[in-house]
Ligand binder design. Structure first.
Ligand code: NAG
Length: 172
């Protein structure tokens, strides 16, 4: 009798844990950050997706490290009055994508100092999506070092030819 009751209790306990676990997993998934990599002087798209909404209803705040104003869209219009100077002339949005629920932001001419977390707030829905940007030094193209090594090779070749021809020069 006791055993049965105990089993029933643990049984219900186990079942009641299942939704908790599911919610926990969903919460973890939701808070997991998207990671994006970019190179200095390059550009990157910071994605923010939600349900499609009519342009005039789009109000979105892009923020850097939670407080720096990267981009404001207020009732379907860009509002750059409070944009932080760090991002001046380096941002672009895509109003034509809003109907698809795509509120991505393009950041150009990347700098090392742009690395960090960006958030896309949709205040109406109380949604916050985070993107972690990591900007790396662009691997310098080999052109410079190649040409210098070429010139060194060229110098070596001339030296080699001079040495090779010098005995003949002696005879002349
Ligand atoms: C969202 O829009 C940007 C800019 O046009 C585009 O590059 C990106 O691929 C779009 N994302 C999706 C999932 O459609």
């Amino acid at each position: 009798m006791f055993k049965e009751i105990a089993m029933k209790i643990t049984g219900t306990k186990e079942r009641s844990w299942l939704p908790v676990c599911v919610i926990l997993l969903l919460a973890l998934q939701d808070s997991s950050q998207e990671r994006v990599e970019g190179f200095t002087r390059g550009k990157v798209i910071l994605t923010c997706r939600y349900n499609a909404m009519p342009t005039e209803e789009v109000t979105i705040f892009w923020r850097y490290k939670d407080d720096r104003n990267v981009y404001n869209i207020v009732s379907g219009k860009s509002d750059l009055t409070d944009q932080h100077r760090q991002f001046r002339d380096r941002t672009r949005i895509f109003p034509e994508e809003w109907a698809k629920g795509n509120f991505s932001l393009l950041l150009t001419d990347l700098k090392d100092s742009d690395s960090g977390s960006y958030s896309c707030f949709i205040p109406r829905m109380n949604i916050r999506h985070q993107v972690e940007l990591s900007v790396q030094e662009k691997p310098t193209p080999e052109v410079g070092s190649k040409s210098s090594s070429m010139s060194i090779k060229g110098q070596n070749l001339i030296l080699f030819l001079v040495l090779l021809l010098s005995p003949d020069l002696h005879f002349l």
